[in-house]
Design a protein around this ligand. Structure first.
Ligand code: HSE
Length: 304
């Protein structure tokens, strides 16, 4: 087996929804997966995984990273080359921090690079959204920053949401998993006009709050009526961790993506105290978690 060519793609974790922005807003965070693709002259697919959750990752053709890699070659009507893939996992799996999105984006970006860049960033983004089913993780994973995605007659309009430099996301990552499909099943498909208005107004306020770091706007904005009330029951200790985060100075707390990670938005001066408060709240209930402060990734997926 001789090596023909190799590249490494680094893709950030993402948090989707940010409370009122269900399925339309997401932010990239400075926590990463790295994917190295080596084109080999022939042979079986080889996938090697490192990181604390490596044993949970599929290493055959059902691997999502590999499926995304193949998808791009199918799209350009070419046969994918034989590859060896090395995965270095930094983003926890099935915790609401966009691990699937890193795989989809990583596979597409690697394939596009190795195929000689046939697709534009926009085309890759559309393929990624189609694979994931919603835009709010894959778009910031690919582009970086905080992004809002809205459908248009042509497809998608994506805009960059200003994120004040002093705003930090404190993520409390429990040691249990919650699958996105399970967490989507509990969300109702129809909502009242009052709940729709609640979310429209709070998302608008959130956008201005993120841009300005204005305390009263962010405190009011981090609320939701579309998905969180139905998902909270899937996350033991939600209310306790929320109360602890707010008492320690957080603007508010939301479910990161489909959960179970809980995410508090804070001014940087409160990050340490909120970290401690959230960790202690879950520990007091006998639940283990890893809590850390993450700042916004502004680069998105990069080829190293
Ligand atoms: N917006 C999606 C959800 C994100 O909340 O179900 C899941 O990754």
């Amino acid at each position: 087996m001789s090596v023909v060519s190799s590249i490494t793609v680094k893709v950030p974790a993402t948090t989707a929804n940010l409370g009122p922005g269900f399925d339309c807003i997401g932010a990239a965070l400075k926590l990463y997966n790295e994917f190295k693709f080596t084109i080999v002259d022939a042979g079986e697919l080889i996938i090697q995984v490192s990181g604390s959750e490596a044993a949970k990752v599929q290493t055959d053709e059902s691997n999502l990273l590999y499926q995304a890699f193949v998808k791009l070659y199918q799209y350009i009507e070419k046969t994918p080359p034989a590859v060896k893939i090395e995965i270095n996992l930094g983003v926890p799996l099935a915790r609401g921090l966009g691990s699937s999105a890193t795989a989809i984006v990583g596979g597409l970006v690697a394939a596009n690079e190795l195929a000689g860049s046939p697709l534009s960033e926009l085309q890759m983004m559309e393929l990624a959204i189609a694979m994931e089913g919603h835009p709010d993780n894959v778009v910031p994973a690919l582009l970086g920053g905080c992004r809002l995605a809205a459908t248009s007659k042509k497809g998608w309009e994506i805009c960059d949401i200003l994120w004040h430099r002093d705003i930090v996301a404190v993520v409390a990552i429990p040691d249990f998993e919650l699958s996105t499909s399970e967490a989507r099943k509990v969300v109702p498909t129809e909502v009242s006009r009052a709940d729709a208005i609640f979310n429209i107004s709070h998302l608008g306020l959130l956008l201005r709050g993120l841009a300005t770091n204005r305390e009263e706007w962010l405190i009011a904005a981090l609320q939701d009526k579309l998905h969180q009330p139905y998902r909270q029951a899937l996350i033991p200790g939600y209310d306790t961790v929320n109360a602890a985060a707010v008492a320690a100075g957080a603007y508010g707390m939301v479910i990161s993506g489909a959960g179970p990670t809980l995410l508090a938005l804070v001014d940087i001066s409160y990050a340490k105290s909120v970290e401690t408060a959230m960790a202690n709240a879950w520990t007091a209930m006998g639940l283990n978690s890893v809590v850390r402060s993450l700042t916004l990734d502004r680069q998105g997926a990069v080829i190293l």
